[in-house]
Design a protein around this ligand. Sequence first.
Ligand code: NOJ
Ligand code: CA
Length: 724
Amino acid sequence: MMKNMNRLSFLLLLFALMTPSALSAEVQSVYSPNHDLCVNFDVNGGVPVYNVMFKGKQVIKDSRLGLDLISAKGSGKGTNFNNKVSIGQNSLMDGFTLTAVNYSSFDETWRPVWGEESEIRNHYNEMAVTLNQQEMGRYIIVRFRVYDDGLGFRYEFPLQDNLTYFVIKEERTQFAMPGDITAWWIGGDYDTQEYEYTRSRLSEIRGIFHSRITDNESQQQFSETGVQTSLLLKTDDGIYLNLHEAQLVDYPCMHLNLDDKNMVFESWLTPDAQGRKGYMQTPCSTPWRTIMVVDDARDMLASRLILNLNEPCKIEDTSWIKPVKYMGVWWELIAGKSTWHYTDEVPSVKLGETDYSHLKPNGKHGANNENVKRYIDFAADNGFDQVLVEGWNQGWEDWYGNSKDYVFDFVTPYPDFDIQMLNDYAHSKGIRLMMHHETSASTRNYERHLEEAYTLMNKLGYNSVKSGYVADILPRGENHYSQWIINHYQYCVEQAAKHHIMVNAHEAVRPTGLCRTWPNLIGNESARGTEYQAFGGTTPGHTAILPFTRLQGGPMDYTPGIFEMDLSKFAPNESKCLSTICGQLALYVTLYSPLQMAADLPENYARFMDAFQFIKDVPVDWQRSMYLEASPMEYITIARKDKNSDAWYLGGVTDTKPHDSVIKLDFLDKDRKYEATIYVDGKAADYKTNPQAYTITKKTVTNKTTLKLHSAPGGGFAVSIKPL
Ligand code: NOJ
Ligand code: CA
């Protein structure tokens, strides 16, 4: 067992033995490259157990590892244990002995196709433990990778005679908390993450959360302490933890259930239609279970742990993948000014059987030729790349709520949307249209039409698609986050890559860093985005928690840029966008995405063209990012350097409290002058009472300059800094 250990590891082991832990003398340890973080592993009475130490403090207490199975089969070549009556057959929980430990190190710098920085260092120490279940004649490997800012581990199931197929009842990975600490959480749900976050003690989750009921009786419900990942936590002595997963492929999405007597989280996988969790065939592995550990909140925003735990890019030629700044026939639909559907005449629609040319238009259809041209003109005049058009295709009269299998065919436009003409018009002005595929969560139907739909996109010159999965999943009984549907999302991304199409999937599973491997996955929603500002509003602190949680897995199509906060000014909608104009500008910097929308209507921007200038200028791809201030759900300030020039951009957001930032520009080049354009909330600005007040000033700055920037309640600031 000790054969593979190098001297350093042996010394570290000795050190680990001296640290307080319930682990036995057989403990195996692996340290982060800077030695601040340490994972200890042991097999205790046949049960695999690990804990995590950070700067000498235990941040994850002794936690069990393992999986409960429904069934397991061998290939029949080895010991035929299927005929043996054994209580252990469906348990990958106990009966283990540690038979090998392999240590290694890795240090490499890679260049993402797009990102928060142009180079990412992937530097870790690894420990892989081989666990034999002698009674069953089978084995598994648990692989730990420890970075300076966190760790990942996964279960690996090598190809072997006595473990070929198995069905997972539940993964039982524990994360034992170091006490009743603070969490920023959203409640468990198999279908959506579109919630605001709650900050509370772990012991308070039960009282606040009401578990959501699924309509499938064969599925276990969430407990009253079930939460989703990425989950942010903070110990009373200021250590931040984040629990999530990386590389979710061919496996269900993991949630966490809390045992709130002992403060132990345990994995809780999303069930399929039969209440089962995962169908596996060796060789295979689980996604990485990730634990970020930092003692400065800014380091969590700077962490690349999740990306690093994913595989390198699998697309050979990535030259067609380009970050996108876009506008769209969208906010006016969400706000209720116009409709996705073309006619009010039919109570129900059968695609293929409904002839739209005989139906009376309702006069409010948003995706009509004239309106789309208006957006194209405005986008072209202001240097955008694309224009999204929703409601362009037939089927919207009856698309949702009736569990219809066949709703959309993704290729047939409404009579007032001339798809060829509009694409030609857009291209003549240097704009591409962005395709919209609302699948109505009928995944089989989407797969039936996918090839034809992508082919049409290729023919007309679309290179990006916003897809969506509103409603209960079809096949019925499946969930948005179960294994079968995870495979569907992945299938769409891989097929899209073959067609040189970039994908931005809404309502799909929250991302886990797969955009490293498939950089054509340029966006996801999978959280509460701007649309909720039209559905009653979202508390300002929301955008100051997303970078700590949802954005850890990959970029979000948050759709910022609302300038007219009072929606009743242009739509029958009493909702108010709970933000200020400068707060909206800041989001282009603080919510990283290679896909950014200017979500408001052209006429609303036309009234504030001086503030709109920031949205026109701000890049969507970066060379460097610096996280200057950060407090979860309170405030975040980030500076980023353009990937393609020496210009810098600053953004800061705050919650309902005002915030004063003092920013040293010492990251600028020495001996160089820049022109800063500073967009700040006006003196009396306030997200509730005066959201449109702002001031814009210009001044010459150098790396010696300090900027004092005031954010109003619910507001923020934005600064562009261009070399002179
Ligand atoms: C929900 C999406 O988040 C939104 O952006 C889209 O407009 C609607 N679904 C319709 O597809
Ligand atoms: Ca949505």
